[in-house]
Design a protein around this ligand. Structure first.
Ligand code: SAH
Length: 396
């Protein structure tokens, strides 16, 4: 008999609303001794069957729902979810000419803990939950069925796996090793992606729409692209006719790729694209103290808040860099600023920008809002899937 978990009275409510998480404090008893990631049946206090979920004995999120209908969690189940996810993305793949996109956005695509990004003929998996890890072989079979020509590589080298009792892992799951970087295309821009050494699965696909919108703010402008990584925003700025783009990052590997990306797209004019190995916090202060000014500043920092405990510190960090960015903008300049910290909601981020404006003593107007691209969808049942926010601000 399959193992099962029984919920405390009232704890079935969120599952009835199709939210996929069961917290440890919401469980009254467990039948059997389910192993790490094993599929269990979930029952309400009154004995009603609710869902099939993956059991995670070490995590506060003790179970993550695979399905709210009685079905086997097998290859066919994964094939169906993958096909649905692909179907959901067909229109933007076509519209934006994508050869790189997020195929599976975990909970938002009904596969908790499973992230899969596609870069050309490579599928790169990041498995973050015990259930995802437990189903790895089945998942690979399903991907094989759906994408027979694609190799599959794992980039599960993320520390959150510890919470689930899992070690970090990387390596080939099927087919070829991505030893050479893969060149993907989005909106006619070519981007080289280093699957083995890059951040996360190799590239920040989620910022595609914001990168695209950058083009309309940059014609003949001097642009500073902070936290450039492999130059994504910088490439679109050049495409949009920027006079000059300075890309700043602390990762030399990322900057080397950024330079290569500029060449791939024919932006070879030397002084137009600059690649600066610098700590953005220091660089912004130097520019301010020297009186160096820009027309456009792009501010896309890494996630500052990984947990609630870090949120206050993160707020200070966001305020600091945005204040500095405002201070080095010419009057009428544009700040394109983002936060990928899911714990910071849009209202809080807006307040932080407002505080930064006060400290910078500048008048600042919000003129456009940005969100994660549509291949990072937000399921109505799982609002936590909304994490990436941004603003275009005019700074007087
Ligand atoms: N804007 C990028 C993604 C940025 S990811 C894109 O669209 O692809 C965050 C980047 O910030 C990483 O490349 C990381 O190397 C860099 N970084 C982190 N801390 C930094 C610091 N203090 N100064 C400069 N770069 C930093």
């Amino acid at each position: 008999m399959a193992s099962a978990i029984h919920l405390v009275k009232g704890r079935e409510k969120s599952l009835r609303r199709k939210h996929p998480w069961v917290f440890s404090r919401g469980i009254s008893s467990v039948d059997g001794t389910p192993e790490l990631g094993e599929t269990v049946d979930v029952y309400a206090h009154n004995g009603e069957w609710l869902a099939k979920a993956a059991y995670s004995p070490n995590s506060q999120i003790r179970a993550r729902v695979w399905s709210f209908t009685k079905q086997n969690i097998d290859v066919d189940f994964f094939i169906e979810r993958i096909q649905q996810a692909q179907l959901l993305r067909e229109d933007i793949i076509e519209r934006d000419g994508l050869t790189g996109y997020r195929l599976i956005a975990a909970e938002s695509d009904g596969l908790p803990g499973v992230t899969i990004d596609r870069y050309g003929d490579f599928l790169v998996c990041q498995l973050l939950s015990a259930g995802a890890e437990h189903q790895k072989e089945t998942l690979v079979k399903a991907l094989n069925h759906c994408f027979p020509n694609c190799s599959i590589y794992e980039r599960s080298d993320v520390s959150v796996r510890k919470k689930e009792g899992l070690e970090e892992r990387t390596g080939v799951l099927f087919g070829q090793s991505p030893d050479e970087p893969v060149v993907i295309e989005e909106n006619g821009v070519k981007i080289s992606v280093d699957i083995i050494n890059g951040h996360k699965t190799g590239f920040y696909l989620d910022q595609r729409d914001s990168r695209f919108q950058t083009q309309k703010y940059v014609k003949n402008k001097e642009v500073l692209n902070c936290f450039s990584y492999t130059g994504g925003f910088g490439l679109y700025a050049l495409k949009g006719g920027a006079k000059r783009v300075i890309n700043a990052d602390v990762s030399q590997l990322a900057l080397d790729t950024a330079k290569h990306n500029a060449e791939l797209n024919g932006f070879t004019e030397k002084k137009k694209a600059v690649f600066l190995n610098a700590d953005v916090f220091k660089l912004l202060r130097e520019y301010r103290d020297q009186g160096t000014k820009f027309d456009v500043v792009i501010m896309d920092p890494p996630k500052f808040a990984e947990s609630k405990a870090q949120l206050n510190g993160a707020c200070r960090g966001y305020k600091d860099i945005n204040m500095l960015a405002m201070q080095i903008l010419k009057p009428g300049g544009t700040l394109l600023t983002y936060s990928c910290s899911g714990l910071m909601d849009g209202n809080l981020f807006q307040k932080i920008i407002a505080d930064a404006a006060l400290d910078a003593n500048r008048s600042v107007k919000f003129v456009e809002r940005f969100e994660q691209a549509a291949d990072h969808p937000i399921d109505t049942a799982y609002p936590e899937g909304f994490y990436l926010k941004g603003f275009a601000c005019k700074v007087l």
